[in-house]
Design a protein around this ligand. Structure first.
Ligand code: NAP
Length: 282
């Protein structure tokens, strides 16, 4: 039976350490602050933003929310970002996705100053991740790596299969695993015979957003299974991409949903805000 990679518990530990760092910064007159921008009233986004705000409060990070109407123009959004870029009391800027279709989200990410880009979506940070320079790493892959590290899971020489190639999870996950000398295969919606690819995987990271996609018969005995998916079923339950009941007896380690990657994503956002505050105050 797989050992559970307890993201909820580790996130608590990360927050405890961050709280101490924040207290020390405050003694030096620096109060880390995150600005979150939300455009339109997407109900999932509201839940995510609320969780982020609660987490900030727990460690003493200040939090300011900018709720813009659905009709906000791209120009207005970019002007707000520019204003926040210049505001010395704000250390991190996060634009919650999705944004309405008339806004080019990549343009907005490009406008966020790289040293305030705590989500790691500005191409400067994406590029620095690729070339192995210090940067802000997208919070979900960062959280997955922190979890693997905490449980001393060796990645060097391992076959890692990533399901999903999004800019926020799948692609940065590649760079993070590559930096640890794993050999990576990335699958997406056009990939053929995922079953066969998974049979060779020592590590499986699933980020596709399909409930119970990965089942026990698909994985190798003893593999490490990381479930990034967050899917709401019709009965209201939240499940991952992995069928926990059939996968956990075969895997060596597994993340639960909820309580696995989700809390780690938020914890790493806080870590990035603290890092941003330190960078900006040298
Ligand atoms: P996304 O942008 O929708 O990307 C989904 C990816 O999965 C795409 O690359 C897509 O392929 C691929 N895909 C879809 N169906 C597939 C299939 N049948 N077989 C193989 N690949 C398939 O999603 P995302 O933003 O990365 O999020 C993925 C999941 O993770 C969602 O459930 C989301 O809620 C969750 N999530 C969780 C956290 C967390 O903190 N735990 C953070 C972010 C996201 P194509 O590129 O070919 O379309």
């Amino acid at each position: 039976m797989a050992e559970i990679l307890d993201g909820k518990e580790l996130a608590k530990k990360v927050r405890k350490d961050l709280k101490q760092e924040v207290d020390e910064l405050k003694q030096k007159g620096i109060c880390p602050k995150l600005a979150v921008i939300m455009v339109g009233d997407n109900s999932s986004s509201q839940v995510y933003v609320k969780n982020k705000s609660k987490a900030c409060v727990k460690v003493g990070i200040e939090f300011e929310e900018f709720l813009l109407q659905e009709s906000t123009t791209e120009k207005e959004l970019l002007e707000l970002i520019e204003k926040l870029n210049e505001d010395e009391t704000i250390h991190g800027i996060l634009l919650q996705s999705p944004v309405p279709k008339h806004i080019d989200i990549n343009r907005a990410f490009r406008t966020i100053r790289p040293d305030k880009d705590v989500d790691g979506f500005n191409p400067i940070n994406v590029g620095n991740l690729v070339i192995g320079e210090d940067c802000f790493v997208s919070c979900t892959p960062f959280g997955v790596m922190r979890l693997l590290e905490e449980y001393h899971i060796e990645l060097e020489g391992k076959n890692a299969v990533i399901l999903g190639r999004s800019n926020i999870v799948g692609k940065p996950m590649v760079q993070c695993l590559l930096a640890k000398n794993a050999t990576i295969t990335v699958c997406h919606s056009k990939t053929q015979k995922i079953h066969e690819i998974l049979k060779n995987a020592d590590v499986v990271i699933s980020a596709i957003g399909k409930p119970h996609f990965v089942t026990g018969d698909m994985i190798k005995e003893g593999s490490v299974v990381i479930d990034v998916g967050i899917n709401r079923l019709e009965d209201g339950r939240i499940v991952g991409d992995v069928e926990f009941e059939t996968v956990s007896p075969k895997a060596s380690y597994i993340t639960p949903v909820p309580g696995g990657v989700g809390p780690m994503t938020v914890a790493m956002l806080l870590a990035n805000v603290v890092k941003a505050a330190k960078i900006q105050n040298k």
